[in-house]
Ligand binder design. Structure first.
Ligand SMILES: NC(=O)c1ccc[n+]([C@@H]2O[C@H](COP(=O)([O-])OP(=O)(O)OC[C@H]3O[C@@H](n4cnc5c(N)ncnc54)[C@H](OP(=O)(O)O)[C@@H]3O)[C@@H](O)[C@H]2O)c1
Length: 284
């Protein structure tokens, strides 16, 4: 097996994780196996992605092979909003656990900002180690943190973040509240994505360090102290995306990348736009 690179942790979470949205059931198990061999220990899953069964198969395979132990891994899943009714939360969590073939999750995220209390019970019952949120704006996060009966603080807010949507204000807010930030769509995504991987500034900086554009985009987030979860099912790219701990972007390069911001949000969840808790009607 290849030497596992050292990967830092932020708020208990390994800094680079494997994104799994759009990893088809046919490719997900193999992607997980390749990723574990390449040194990934953090897997970002969700009930909504319809591939937790296969991801679980990949994880189980590597545990059986003796390559990793369960406790070496940081497995995240997410509660989709059709299960926010308190009576459904435990059932939804158990569904994900069963598919992933695990006794517990390291982190369970509320995928979309609606309802939280029933998630806390999962920690008490030992089904999940920690809970977090996703796509929360600062008002929603503040409201949650101010709940007088809050038992467990969310350890992360998983949000869209890349050079075209740098999220300066929301990140500053989360950090001030001691909530880590996990950056999703850090490469600009795929089909509905952007030209981020071909952006001339990113390309020039990549050439300077003899790295790929994807590695620059991932390293950029790590140097902002964010957790980052690039998705790939391609073995070469899975390996490439975690080889980001052997170089450092200068302050000037970081500033240059930050200046690409154009507040361009790619994941807008348009079907929920009219909901009262839709998070993207305010600036951050
Ligand atoms: N909480 C939420 O609401 C939310 C929303 C969106 C995403 N997420 C999570 O965040 C993860 C990442 O976001 P994302 O999947 O939307 O987009 P992303 O990671 O920005 O981009 C993934 C795309 O980039 C390609 N890619 C990966 N590595 C590459 C490389 N080194 N060079 C060139 N292309 C590369 C992938 O193709 P190949 O697979 O062919 O390599 C895929 O098409 C998701 O998978 C999911 O786990 C969460």
């Amino acid at each position: 097996m290849e030497k596992v690179p050292a990967v830092g942790t932020i708020a208990k979470i390994p800094a680079v994780g494997l994104g799994t949205w759009k990893a088809s059931p046919g490719e997900a198990a193999e992607a997980v196996k390749v990723a574990i061999d390449a040194g990934y220990r953090h897997f970002d899953c969700a009930y909504l992605y319809h591939n937790e069964n296969e991801i679980g198969a990949g994880i189980r395979h590597k545990i059986k092979e003796g390559v990793v132990r369960r406790e070496d891994l940081f497995v995240v899943s997410k509660l989709w909003c059709t299960y926010h009714e308190p009576s459904l939360v435990k059932m939804a969590c158990k569904k994900s656990l069963k598919a992933l073939k695990l006794d517990y999750l390291d982190l369970y995220l509320m995928h979309w900002p609606m309802g939280f209390q029933a998630m806390e019970d999962l920690v008490i019952k030992g089904l999940v180690k920690d809970i977090g949120v996703s796509n929360f704006n600062h008002e929603q996060l503040e409201r949650l943190l101010n709940k007088p009966d809050l038992k467990f603080k969310p350890i992360t807010n998983q949000i869209e973040c890349h050079p075209y949507l740098t999220q300066k204000n929301l990140i500053r807010f989360c950090k001030a509240k001691d909530v880590s930030v996990t950056a999703y769509r850090s490469l600009g995504g795929s089909r509905e994505g952007t030209d981020l991987l071909n952006n001339p500034t990113i390309r020039r900086i990549a050439n300077h360090y003899n790295k790929s554009c994807a590695q620059i985009l991932i390293r950029f987030q790590i140097q902002r102290n964010l957790i980052v979860i690039p998705k790939s099912t391609n073995p070469k790219r899975i390996q490439e995306n975690i080889q980001v701990f052997d170089f450092e972007l200068t302050e000037n390069h970081m500033d240059e990348i930050m200046s690409l911001n154009r507040n361009l949000r790619l994941a807008t969840f348009p079907t929920t736009e009219s909901h009262k808790d839709y998070p993207f009607h305010i600036d951050f």
